[in-house]
Design a protein around this ligand. Structure first.
Ligand code: 3HC
Ligand code: NAI
Length: 701
């Protein structure tokens, strides 16, 4: 047998065991090993065959690293046919997560059993793909068309008991000892003379599906898909499962899988899959770097961010003390937390009991004495350096030795905050995104003196509370907010050049951004940016700069909260509406500034908004603020809703071609001046060498 797949006969049961760490992905050697083992089992004394896996999980899918490379024999369909055509029942014994091609292997088996903690799922859509080895044909045959559509278009895993209820599993084993329970189950099937159940033999009655079912599904999914094609192709496959015989359905699935696997969308999403995992790794730190135990946490400041951050810890069972300036502020903070949990309960996403448990974990205080014993403090008070330094000096006097002192600051200098303590090695930035209990990104900011174990602990605890972590060095705005400057600036400049707010936002929304920058400004409050600009002394004295945002704030149009900003908002539904008053104002301002308005193409809108972002990203890489280009992509996809199907700004730039990006920036420089359009030296160097950011990164590592 192969090194990664073993086969042994135990009594009358043949046991195939896959051992391809870390997640038993279906690499070529695994496919070949399973095929050989199934064939061998046909010739021996076994009466049933159990297919199981060693290590932490059942097969978690195809080997994603093989996509985009020439296919290697045997293909997965061939392996599945051998399993399905076995003359002896094959039983999949599942633990961990049977995902994608892994679950498709299980679906080709005659029976599926799992331990209670196992999950099954078809997450291919999250990689811009569809299940390409029969998943779209077999799941509707056993779970029904509607459930199949939900499962495959969401890509979410399903817990064993629920999967059993849906017909996806034949047995949930009572014991957690999978090896022996699966053999017992196999022997029971043999004793009962259980038939060779092949899902392919089930036919779906087309009359059982409403005539407009697929059209309605396409429409619904198109809204959610933000331009991604995978959802649409999944609907086509399930439609084929209803209308075509199994083999033709499989062929249709294969064709559409091939289309997706070679698509730019899937390449981008696979890039993000690996980028997310890579971002968790700190260059120069071994993965065995010791970490500190975090059993109790304190949050200073229970406002917008502090409350959400407290929820993140309570959600994973870690007790939190929320410290506020006075009782009134404290009860306001605690009330907002309770209200937010209440909304989740109302949506049916949390039980009353769990809500009570989580709220119980959050205690309030106005006394620093109550946080002396915590392992981690996260400060989230007003964005003011002196205030933060004062608080860190207090924390230094109060907290036990070894406690990690973190700041959630968006812009302040983490080193200057650390300098207010006698233990800068314990100080780190933990920059959450709003709403903190929802947004996935956590920028972990490494100060000059931050100790390795403090840094490793911040990354580890970030993962534990469900965040995707990316490391940044100290600079104004860190990775994400620093890059955003030019994006917001150009969105407003485009208005003076002749665009309406709707034109700018919808061009970016068609690209895949969840919300255009002007609508986003209205949502966050235009007064927030206005105040931040007032506090800056480094902005150029240019009457065009943020002209419209400033004027709107001076007219008390702060955005959604005042019912009007760049748009007008329906008081009931909050639907955004174009506002002719704003459009007239823009024209007047352009005239006053002597700007001749013109038609602006969508292409220019994308370039004007994204290229400053990419250019700043290049500077950030040169300065070593970000570890790698793919970390910047992770920041933008998980923190700023950059479309995952475009792979993040640096990956997108590589696809556009750095020479094209560089040339366009030079063109804008010649048209609009150097103060906003100065190409980063790294961008120029790579453009001239005909290289990508990814190639540059690979050469350095
Ligand atoms: N192929 C190749 N490598 C994979 C992989 C896969 N399918 N799944 C995980 N890995 C790698 C990760 O990159 C990571 O590598 P690293 O240690 O070098 O960074 C390592 O395995 C461990 O992965 P995680 O850090 O994600 O481990 P977790 O324990 O947190 O999660 C998991 C495990 C839930 C299995 C998660 O890895 C996962 O969701 N994997 C992807 C599952 C998936 O998408 N499967 C479908 C693939 S497409 C397919 O099957 C097509 C078919 O229909 C034909
Ligand atoms: P906020 O104004 O909503 O809340 C700040 C809270 O701190 C208030 O409840 C206030 O009573 C409390 N506070 C002030 N002084 C205090 C003290 N001495 N001791 C204890 N509590 C005190 O502010 P928000 O938006 O939550 O921001 C907090 C921090 O998080 C800032 O540094 C901000 O830059 C950062 N941040 C904000 C984001 C956002 O979108 N709002 C996103 C990411 C970071």
């Amino acid at each position: 047998m192969s090194q990664v797949v073993s086969y042994e006969l135990k009594g009358n049961v043949g046991i195939i065991s896959v051992n391809n760490p870390p997640v038993n992905a279906l690499a070529q050697v695994v496919r070949e090993g399973i095929l050989n083992a199934v064939n061998a089992a046909q010739e021996d004394a076994s009466e049933a065959i159990v297919l199981s896996c060693a290590g932490r999980t059942f097969i978690a899918g195809a080997d994603i690293t093989e996509f985009g490379k020439p296919p290697k024999e045997p293909g997965l369909p061939e392996v599945l046919s051998a399993i399905e055509n076995s003359t002896k029942p094959v039983i999949a014994a599942i633990h961990g997560t049977a995902l994608g091609g892994g679950f498709e292997v299980a679906l080709a088996c005659h029976y599926r059993c799992a331990i209670p903690s196992a999950k099954v799922g078809l997450p291919e859509v999250k990689l811009g793909l569809l299940p390409g080895a029969g998943g779209t044909q077999r799941v509707p045959r056993i779970a029904g068309v509607e459930a199949a559509l939900d499962m495959i278009t969401s890509g979410n895993p399903i817990a064993a008991n629920k999967a059993y209820g849906m017909g996806l599993l034949d047995q949930v084993l009572e014991s957690d000892d999978l090896a022996s329970a699966a053999v017992d189950y196999a022997q029971k099937l043999v004793a009962e003379g259980a038939p060779l159940k092949r899902i392919r033999d089930i036919a779906i009655d087309p009359a059982s599906v409403a005539p407009d079912f697929f059209a309605a599904a396409r429409k619904r999914l198109a809204r959610r898909a933000r331009g991604q094609i995978a959802q649409d192709r999944i609907v086509s496959c399930i439609e084929a499962a209803v209308e075509l015989p199994m083999d033709e359905g499989l062929q249709r699935e294969r064709e559409l899988f091939r289309e997706l696997v070679t698509s730019a969308e899937s390449a981008a999403m696979r890039h993000i899959f690996f980028a997310e995992r890579q971002a968790a790794k700190i260059k120069g730190l071994s993965k065995d770097t010791p970490t500190r135990n975090i059993g109790k946490v304190a949050i200073i400041g229970g406002g917008t961010m502090g409350g959400g951050i407290a929820m993140c810890f309570a959600n994973v069972g870690i007790p939190v003390v929320l410290l506020e300036i006075n009782d009134e502020a404290l009860s306001r903070g605690m009330d907002i937390i309770a209200k937010n949990y209440g909304i989740t309960v109302k949506k049916g996403k949390l039980t009353e009991e769990l809500m009570a448990q989580r709220i119980e974990l959050i205690s309030g205080s106005t006394d620093y004495g109550d946080i002396a014993d915590v392992d981690l403090v996260i400060e989230a008070v007003f964005e003011n350096l002196e205030l933060k330094q004062e608080i860190f000096a207090k924390l230094d006097n109060t907290c036990k030795q070894g406690a990690i002192l973190a700041t959630n600051t968006s812009y302040q200098d983490v080193d200057a905050i650390a300098a207010a303590t006698s233990r800068p090695q314990d100080v780190v930035g933990m920059h959450f995104f709003s709403p903190a209990n929802v947004m996935k990104l956590l920028e972990v900011v490494r100060g000059d003196k931050t100790a390795d174990d403090a840094l490793a602990t911040a990354m580890k605890i970030g993962k534990k509370i469900g965040k995707v972590c990316a490391l940044s060095r100290v600079c104004y705005g860190f990775i994400g907010n620093r890059m955003l400057g030019g994006y917001g600036r150009e969105a407003q400049m485009l208005l003076l050049d002749g665009c309406t707010p709707e034109q700018v936002d919808s061009a970016l929304e068609r690209f895949g951004m969840a919300m255009g920058p002007l609508a986003m400004g209205d949502l966050a409050g235009l007064d927030v940016g206005y105040k931040a600009r007032q506090a800056r002394t480094d902005l150029p004295d240019d009457p065009k700069l943020y002209r419209m945002g400033t004027l709107l704030v001076e007219m008390e149009r702060y955005g959604q909260k005042t019912g009007a900003g760049f748009y007008r908002y329906d008081p009931e539904t909050r639907a955004r509406m174009n506002d002719s008053e704003v459009e007239t104002l823009i024209k007047q301002q352009a005239q006053e500034l002597g700007i001749e308005q013109r038609e602006v193409s969508d292409e220019e809108i994308l370039a004007r908004c994204f290229y400053p972002l990419i250019n700043e990203g290049a500077l950030i890489l040169e300065e070593g603020i970000a570890q790698r280009p793919s970390d910047i992509d992770v920041v933008y996809v998980f923190g700023y809703a950059f479309p995952v199907a475009k792979g993040g700004p640096m990956f997108y730039a590589d696809q556009v071609g750095l020479k094209n990006v560089y040339d366009k920036i030079c063109e804008f420089r010649d048209r609009y001046g150097e103060q906003y359009w100065r190409p980063a030296p790294l961008l120029q160097q790579l453009a001239e060498a005909g290289k990508t950011f990814a190639e540059w990164d690979a050469e350095r590592s």
